[in-house]
Design a protein around this ligand. Structure first.
Ligand code: GAR
Length: 224
């Protein structure tokens, strides 16, 4: 098999529902994403995403923070488990833990995250309520490179929706998850196709350095 025919090996880290994991599994099943999920690792035993992975026949592991002395020890154990699967890309999909600098630098160039806001707006938690409280006219989802600083790495793509007066945390969460389910498999596909290269703190897409986030859906139409 030629190197270009080989599928991208990924490990997906989750903490909860795993709807993004499901979207990635579905994209693979539909032949839209030349990747194989080597393992799903959860920080929580009761994460529903684990069941999704088991149903799909994907190996699962659980690493609970309570079983480790501190962040450094946890991250080291996590790194050991991830490296066991030799992934080309590590996908954070609702993995609700901060990661230490050593961990992040070990995976430099191959660590992605999905965040439910139009970064740099609303890093951290409770993004939907904070967008409502701030009177934001638009809200959305970002796929970004993970760097040492929380939710601060280069943003590859964003998808946005208008916020209306009727919106609640729940309606925004549901709408934004739908966007995430489109843009995350797309970015992973570009990574698998080697259209995206991550270099230190910058991203090259189709041979050109990104000067800002790509905008979905216009980029999807332009690059189909
Ligand atoms: C997603 O909305 C994702 O953006 C968010 O957690 C949710 C996981 O949903 N991630 C973060 O807030 C990370 N800072 P899922 O488990 O259904 O994929």
């Amino acid at each position: 098999m030629a190197a270009s025919d080989q599928k991208l090996a990924i490990v997906i880290l989750i903490s909860g529902n795993g709807s993004n994991l499901q979207a990635i599994m579905d994209a693979i099943d539909h032949g839209e994403l030349p990747a194989t999920i080597r393992a799903v690792i959860s920080s929580r035993q009761n994460a529903y995403g684990l069941q999704r992975a088991v149903t799909a026949g994907i190996p699962t592991e659980v690493l609970k923070h309570e079983d480790y002395l501190d962040r450094k020890t946890y991250d080291h154990a996590l790194q050991t488990r991830i490296d066991h699967y030799q992934p080309g890309l590590i996908v954070l999909a609702g993995f609700m833990r901060m990661l230490s600098a050593n961990f992040v630098s070990h995976y430099a160039g191959r660590l992605l995250n999905v965040h439910p806001s139009l970064l740099p707006a609303f890093t951290g938690l409770n993004t939907h309520q904070r967008a409502i409280d701030a009177g934001a006219k638009e809200h959305g989802a970002s796929i970004h490179v993970v760097t040492e600083e929380l939710d601060a790495g280069p943003v590859i793509i964003q998808a946005r929706i208008p916020v209306s007066g009727d919106d609640s945390t729940e309606t925004l969460a549901a709408k934004i998850k739908q966007l995430e389910h489109r843009i995350y498999p797309l970015v992973i596909r570009w990574f698998a196709e080697r259209r995206i290269h991550i270099q230190e703190d910058s991203v090259v897409f189709d041979g050109k350095p990104l000067t800002g986030p790509l905008d979905y859906p216009s980029i999807k139409k332009a690059t189909r």
